[in-house]
Design a protein around this ligand. Structure first.
Ligand SMILES: [Zn+2]
Length: 173
């Protein structure tokens, strides 16, 4: 049984906030995941207004296993996102809309493990580097030098041999 459940009963009372701590073990069920380690707090608040049930989810923390785009050193990438979903009851399976979550008529909870995973993935910036995460951290200069050197050599392999010859001519001047 999943421990990532949010109760949907008694929503008029105060006990409708759930906290989940997402660490390394969480990602074991997602073997394809690029993200494998984190320190994230997920705050879920289910609330009811009239007949409408909504679920707001805040994701806040750091991903711990990503590499800097520039120097390939491990960095802790902060993430923070807020999402709100409307919960609807339906006994049809496989309904899936961006901001609507479906539960069965007899369900008194919603299971959100997969949803948490998706929200974490969406919150990760596509570009991340020492510079983008903090002005106080810097790239590993030695690593960066090595990478620059390596990628220069990679480029050179693809150079047309005639251009390479020209380049040598220039160098010899
Ligand atoms: Zn870096």
């Amino acid at each position: 049984m999943s421990e990532y459940k949010v109760k949907l009963t008694n929503l008029n009372k105060n006990s409708n906030e759930h906290l989940f701590i997402i660490k390394e073990t969480f990602f074991k069920d997602f073997s394809f995941s690029d993200i494998t380690n984190s320190e994230i707090i997920v705050t879920c608040i289910a609330s009811k207004k009239g007949e409408k049930i909504s679920l707001s989810i805040n994701i806040n923390g750091v991903i711990k296993n990503l590499l800097c785009d520039n120097c390939a050193e491990n960095i802790h990438v902060p993430i923070n996102s807020d999402s709100t979903f409307v919960i609807k009851q339906s006994d049809e399976n496989n309904l899936n809309y961006d901001d609507i979550l479906y539960v069965g008529y007899n369900d008194n909870f919603i299971e959100i493990k997969h949803l948490i995973y998706e929200l974490i993935t969406l919150a990760v910036p596509s570009k991340r580097s020492h510079k983008s995460i903090s002005s106080e951290t810097e790239c590993n200069k030695d690593m960066k030098k090595l990478i620059d050197k390596y990628s220069f050599r990679e480029d050179e392999k693809d150079v047309d041999p005639r251009w390479a010859a020209l380049k040598n001519l220039n160098l010899n001047k």
